[in-house]
Design a protein around this ligand. Structure first.
Ligand SMILES: [Zn+2]
Length: 435
């Protein structure tokens, strides 16, 4: 197959018009006017990106597939131009904290995933031998919570437990991911509205937890990744540690880059997440840090729930935003408005997460998996949501980035608003992580 005449987006370069030849599921060549006698895809006027990788999704299956599920969650990913994801150990039941739970998760994923996937294991209080079982089965790393998770089958770790888990992860050659909010800096909600929610989880709780996690990871010799950072000061703490030579990176999410407290007021509990949406100044600070290369990657933190769980006000509602389908489009739309080059934006959801977590994905070069996203950046478009509940802060929002077609290992898995019924993802095992 030849993808003909698209604007090919390569890391660190100006996008150039070129053809991409695909053969046996891998990229065979990239260049002008490639010869071909087989199927042709007309990509003129479209941008051709590597398939995106969403390194932070919760599909909740097995156990809570009424919240989401592998089929619907990965359909949303495919529709958003993603060809791979790394799925979180919570909020499935059982949570992915030992070998048996990994096997159950893998069976569910293999039965219905539309894109390739890797799995995060959980780092929770209890026997560390479970981390060995997870590593043997091929987890990409371990996720830990430094504060309450909001769900009763996945416990937070204290500093001692986190330190011990980090030592174990280091010995296994795998990274630890932390949800960084310091419990001692969190406050009970004073009221039930959005203001009370925001006030209960101040920026200093995030920054204090990040600083603590960096110190613990340093001592353990552990590779650290801080998920969903919501503040400029949080990113700055990570950047400062990097300058000292620490093996630490961070991600942020489309909702922190595109939404603010004003949206929280407008959208209500649909936009409740932790850490909460912040001020416009904080959002702008994240963009400045992103432009300087201090944010390693962007991921959705897709964490949906049944609509009924978003009722009952800000104290009771589930804290999670659904957004697996819109990560790439939101990033391209908002980034263009802030004059960030397309190649830099694309890298944040393709090559960067792949390199950081040792996944054999995210490259547009001969020999790499033929994973492509064909995107129209010329006109605004509101995509039809394909996730289970179709309720998220970006649903119906016109974005100047429309995913036209997604290819996984050379097969079209999304086109004309539909996911191919035969699309089937595979388990990805990490090679090793790189700072
Ligand atoms: Zn999450």
């Amino acid at each position: 197959m030849i993808v003909r005449g698209g604007t090919v987006v390569l890391p660190g370069a100006m996008p150039v018009e070129a053809d991409v030849a695909l053969e046996d599921g891998v990229i065979a060549a990239i260049g002008p006017q490639l010869p071909g006698s087989g199927e042709e895809v007309d990509a003129r006027g479209l941008h051709v990106l590597p398939g995106a990788i969403d390194a932070h999704v919760h599909f909740n299956e097995p156990g809570r597939s009424d919240w989401e599920g592998w089929e619907t969650g990965t359909s949303a990913l495919a529709a958003g131009g993603a060809t791979a994801c790394v799925e979180m150990p919570l909020n499935a039941h059982p949570p992915t904290i030992d070998g048996a739970a990994f096997d159950a998760k893998l069976a569910a994923a293999r039965a219905s995933a539309k894109v390739d996937f890797a799995l995060w294991g959980g780092l929770v209080p209890g026997p560390l031998e479970r981390m060995d079982e997870l590593a043997q089965r091929g987890v990409a790393g371990f996720k830990a919570f430094m504060c309450d998770t909001g769900i009763d089958d996945f416990d937070a770790v204290d500093d001692d437990q986190l330190a011990a888990g980090m030592e174990r992860a280091a010995s296994l050659g795998l990274p630890v991911l932390v949800h960084a909010e310091r419990p001692s800096e969190l406050r009970p909600m004073d009221g039930g509205d959005w203001r009370a929610w925001v006030a209960s989880r101040p920026p200093r709780a995030e920054v204090a937890a990040i600083e603590r996690a960096i110190a613990l990871a340093d001592a353990a010799g552990c590779s650290l990744h801080v998920v969903h950072v919501s503040t400029g000061a949080g990113v700055a703490a990570v950047a400062e540690a990097c300058r000292r030579g620490a093996d630490v990176t961070c991600e942020t999410c489309p909702h922190y880059l595109a939404l603010t407290e004003d949206d929280l007021e407008r959208l209500g509990t649909l936009a409740k997440c932790a850490p909460p949406l912040r001020s416009a100044a904080e959002r702008d600070a994240l963009w400045e840090r992103l432009k300087r290369g201090q944010i390693a990657l962007v991921a959705s933190d897709h964490s949906p729930c049944p609509p009924a769980m978003k009722e009952g006000g800000f104290a009771a509602a589930w804290g999670g935003i659904a957004g697996a389908q819109s990560t790439l489009a939101v990033l391209l739309h908002e980034g263009a408005a802030r004059r960030v080059p397309v190649a830099q934006l694309a890298e944040l959801v393709t090559g960067a997460p792949a390199r950081r977590f040792g996944l054999p994905k995210g490259r547009l070069e001969p020999g790499a998996d033929a994973d492509l996203a064909l995107v129209d950046l010329r006109a605004e478009h509101a995509a039809e949501p394909l996730d289970r509940h179709r309720a998220n802060p970006f649903a119906g929002r016109p974005l100047r980035a429309r995913v036209v077609r997604t290819l996984l290992r050379g097969e079209t898995i999304f086109e004309d608003g539909r996911v191919a019924p035969g699309a089937r993802g595979r388990l990805l095992k990490p090679e090793r992580s790189h700072p």
